[in-house]
Design a protein around this ligand. Structure first.
Ligand code: CTP
Length: 404
């Protein structure tokens, strides 16, 4: 609940992207925010106040000269009783009004009357975006310290035209809102390196040895550390999930490549090694596809041990101040975790039970135990995002970041 108790005044202007505002409302509320919507007349042509009201569980404000609304809250209170004013979509027209201080409807009046931070998510036809008038207005808004996200590159919903003009996705907007409303960042000024996902160890050019790791936990940890202000390098094995926002992601295939990428990210203050690195690689992977030979026995696979990245980092001359490892176990979770803490030179081992019946590998949830020299902390069953959030806070407490 990263936005618990936060009050967002959401101004929806009249563009086709208004349909995305419905999802945006849902995402904001999921994170604990209270959303009060204002709709321009144009917005009501694209989505109905009924839908916006139902999703936000709030009265929808549409009129400047509504006697009821003015008696109830009034446009000045509306403009001030919030933590952030979010304009999504922000049309060329509304941006022009904002840039020039026009106040001829409720949305523009509230935007002129507010003393709160404002974030706009522009969305329009690409030709309208590049028009000198829009660019002039946008420059004025930036000078007035109005925050903006997008518009993004892409295909336009209505015309199929390509170019810059698409509204940022709801989740991108939410991340920016969280960023703007978050307090001091405890990991600001600190560098972190995180590994995530499986590794693929080639047998020949078309075959490889892999494991069931999805990268969900490692990616979530990288994103959570970045949200706390850390400068994060994520070294990811082959995964199908997107690169997390606000993180520098480097893609690798093999354990040896992963080790090289991690070492080149040192020095760092924090290392979190989450990847399910293959313990072995094929000693000499074939240069050509291995063919079946009729009547012959299958080819033997000669394995060689891979470098242990966590252990290398844990004993490195540029060892990060805080080294965190994971321990994927199917039995004796605590005992094995403790042994790994010592063997690998880590400060913390996050031990999880990956027996098939737990569904941890590839799933969305995780139940972990934190094993450090200070003792053991058992966490309840949580989503991988929540584990990431809590772990990032744990790390921030341990390392006592500088803050901003
Ligand atoms: N790890 C690593 N490099 C390896 C193997 C593991 O960096 N070659 C890291 C993992 O990212 C994880 C921790 O070591 O943080 C423990 O991984 P795990 O697979 O549980 O341990 P192993 O060392 O492989 O031990 P075992 O397979 O015997 O349990």
């Amino acid at each position: 609940m990263t936005l618990a108790g936060k009050r967002i005044l959401l101004v929806i202007a009249g563009g086709i992207a208004a349909y995305k505002s419905l999802d945006l409302i849902r995402r904001l509320r999921e994170r604990g925010a209270e959303v009060r919507p204002i709709m321009t007349r144009g917005a009501q042509e694209f989505v109905t106040p009924l839908a916006v009201g139902a999703l936000s569980a709030s009265h929808v404000y549409t009129e400047l000269f509504s006697r009821e609304d003015e008696q109830d809250v009034g446009h000045i209170r509306l403009a001030r009783e919030c933590d952030l004013v979010l304009v999504a979509p922000a049309t060329a027209d509304l941006m022009a009004k904002m840039a020039n201080g026009l106040a001829d409807d409720l949305a523009s009046t509230v935007l002129l009357a507010t003393d709160r931070p404002v974030l706009i998510a522009p969305a329009m036809n690409p030709k309208m975006w590049v028009h000198p008038a829009t660019q002039r207005n946008f420059a004025l808004l930036q000078r007035d310290r109005i925050n903006a996200i997008g518009p993004m590159e892409g295909e336009m919903a209505e015309s199929g035209e390509r170019g810059r003009g698409r509204m940022a996705e709801p989740l991108e907007i939410v991340a920016r809102v969280e960023d703007l409303l978050s307090g001091p960042k405890p990991l600001a000024g600190l560098k972190a390196v995180v590994t995530s996902g499986p590794t693929h160890e080639p047998i020949d050019p078309v075959r490889y040895i892999a494991n069931r790791s999805s990268g969900k936990q490692g990616h979530a940890i990288a994103a959570a550390l970045a949200r706390l202000g850390a400068d994060v390098t994520l070294v990811s094995g082959p995964v199908t999930i997107p690169d997390p926002a606000g993180v520098q992601t480097r893609h690798v295939e093999r354990a040896e490549e992963m080790r090289d990428a991690v070492l080149s990210a040192l020095p760092a203050d924090i290392a979190v090694m989450v990847a399910a690195v293959a313990d072995w690689r094929v000693a000499t992977s074939a240069g050509q596809k291995i063919k079946k030979q009729p009547g012959e026995a299958p080819p033997p696979l000669q394995l060689a041990e891979n470098p242990d990245i966590l252990k290398t980092v844990g004993h490195h001359s540029e060892r990060p101040r805080l080294v965190v490892g994971f321990a994927a176990e199917t039995e004796n979770v605590e005992e094995n975790g403790r042994a790994k803490l010592e063997r690998k030179g880590a400060d913390l081992i996050v031990a999880n039970d990956v027996s098939p019946e737990t569904g941890v590998m590839g799933g969305d949830r995780n139940r972990v135990r934190l094993i450090s020299r200070g003792g053991v902390e058992a966490w309840p069953d949580l989503s991988k995002d929540d584990v990431a959030e809590r772990l990032a806070l744990w790390i921030a407490t341990q390392i006592g970041g500088t803050g901003t």
